[in-house]
Design a protein. Sequence first.
Length: 314
Amino acid sequence: MKCALVGADGAVRHAERHPTDAERGPDAVVETILTVAEGLAGKARADGLTPTALGIVVPGVVDEAHGVAVWSANVGFRDVPLRELASTRLGLPTALGHDVRAGGLAEARLGAGRDAGHVLFVAIGTGIAAAHVVAGSAATGAHGAAGELGHILVRPDGPVCGCGRPGCLEAIASAAAVARRYAELAGTGAAPPAGPASDGGSAAGSGAARTMVTAAEVAARAAAGEELATRVWREAVEALADGLATGQALYDVETIVLGGGLAQAGAGLFDPLRVALRDRLTFHREPRLVPAVLGDEAGCLGAALLALDKLETP
Ligand SMILES: [Zn+2]
């Protein structure tokens, strides 16, 4: 959990991190969220600041209008009325949002997309998720599930996605998928199960990945000219370009911001991806394709923006 006290100007005054320990179950995680939030409000008051609003963002499906964490594979949330629980405990106006949409909101308003009115933020980590931000507001969808770019069908005959369908973008181009594909072709290590990843913002690197070559290493090996890595990397870039071309057809944005672990591959990702995306566009305008700049604090900053927005339009 990344937590911060953020000023009305968007500046971070104080930041903390706490383990989620999701294996304890959703009730324990909710209790930790509330306790940490209370602690932060207390810290603010002790520092002579006045906490005015609370923003919480979580992964999965989030009903922002009703303040409910509907579903999360990672944390086990099932219809948790987190906004009400938090506002009751802290006595502050509270906004509840989605982690990737909040990260996109922060990148669009404070980060790499700040000069654009229409931004598509795509987080590529264990999974792939996106946020479509227009005029500083991220679309939530009718059911809190907008932006699941990772589940665009790009390879009907491709590997089975964590969602159960073959050929989703994140089954081919997420950091986890790149590592898995490399291990499969290299014949090293059993491929771990895909798992329904709804946390596009976090990089691959837990558990089973330890014995596997990571996506970042695949990118580095591809840049160094290794044949197998080059093949795997090219497959991922082509699939990503297909997904982004679909995104651009739908959203017609000025800027696409790529975040998450895989986006740190730098020119090794952005150069071939720009070319592949350009190849796929016909009449659509080519968007600017840029790396995220706020790092793994984007979601936390986005939570603060949601809280500040709530004060403006209660
Ligand atoms: Zn899927």
